[in-house]
Ligand binder design. Structure first.
Ligand SMILES: Nc1ncnc2c1ncn2[C@@H]1O[C@H](COP(=O)(O)OP(=O)(O)OP(=O)(O)O)[C@@H](O)[C@H]1O
Ligand SMILES: [Mg+2]
Length: 241
């Protein structure tokens, strides 16, 4: 098991956001965590990435293990550098005043100096040809879909082998949604482990092998994507009937 979240209780001040959730991700899997607004999806990811305060959710009890070892005391930078886990955050958070290329270069800062990353830039431009055409353009001038591609590309430039994505389809036109999801499928086929957070349950379950339904800080259902797609309660609440 690559990642296991065990009975995790998380608070922001007095607000309890996660009420003892458990889920796991095996190496090479695509697992999705679906749920409505405020269900605790982003909180779950931020608990894993150890985001620094003030956004940091506080783990009250439970554990998060990576390859069997607790990472609750692991620094955010070590999560990226040593565990090779990278987050594609909700809302993308790219640096708008920097160019596409500068955003990608910035993501390599924690990697070994003097490394030749040209092959990796090439790979990102091959995955997302639109970024190649716009490589010297300021990122704030990209469309929402292109910014999402850049956010994925930037995560890849950390050298990660495990991608955490927080609602990558949000705000994208259908054609771009599919483009981003097709790329995620391809990355997974090439060996990337993926934990995908989505409100768009239908799309997420088409891509993932397994999923968990998060409802107000608790796991309400879990199973293979086929099981969840066929579950009457999941259908009613998350799949439009
Ligand atoms: N920084 C914070 N301070 C206080 N409460 C927070 C903070 N961030 C999240 N919460 C609360 O924790 C709960 C879970 O929020 P979270 O952002 O994890 O939900 P989500 O499933 O990602 O929702 P969305 O789909 O809207 O992004 C919510 O009740 C939210 O109000
Ligand atoms: Mg969220």
């Amino acid at each position: 098991m690559l990642l296991s979240v065990e009975n995790l209780i998380v608070k922001y001040g007095n607000i309890q956001a996660l009420h003892g959730i458990s889920f796991h991700v095996n190496e090479g899997e695509i697992v999705t965590l679906i749920g409505a607004n405020g269900a605790g999806k982003t909180t779950s990811l931020h608990s894993i990435t150890r985001l620094p305060p003030p956004e940091a959710p506080k783990v009250v009890s439970g554990d998060i293990k990576f390859k069997g070892q607790s990472i609750l005391k692991t620094s955010p930078s070590a999560v990226v550098k040593d565990l090779k886990v990278a987050l594609v955050p909700e809302g993308r958070h790219i640096f708008g005043n920097l160019t596409v290329m500068e955003n990608l270069i910035l993501a390599t800062y924690a990697r070994e100096k003097g490394t030749d990353f040209s092959g990796e830039y090439h790979r990102i431009f091959e995955l997302f040809p639109r970024l190649k055409e716009r490589r010297d353009q300021r990122s704030e001038s990209l469309s929402g879909g292109e910014q999402q591609m850049l956010a994925v590309g930037r995560a890849l430039m950390t050298g990660c082998t495990f991608l955490l994505l927080d609602e990558p389809s949000m705000g994208l036109a259908p054609v771009l949604k599919y483009e981003v999801f097709r790329t995620l499928k391809r990355l997974n086929e090439e060996g990337m482990t993926i934990l995908l957070i989505e409100q768009n349950a239908n799309l997420a379950l088409q891509l993932a092998g397994r999923g968990y339904v998060l409802d107000t800080g608790q796991i309400a259902a879990h199973g293979t994507s086929e099981e969840l797609l066929g579950n009457p309660e999941v259908k009613k609440a998350y799949l439009g009937g």
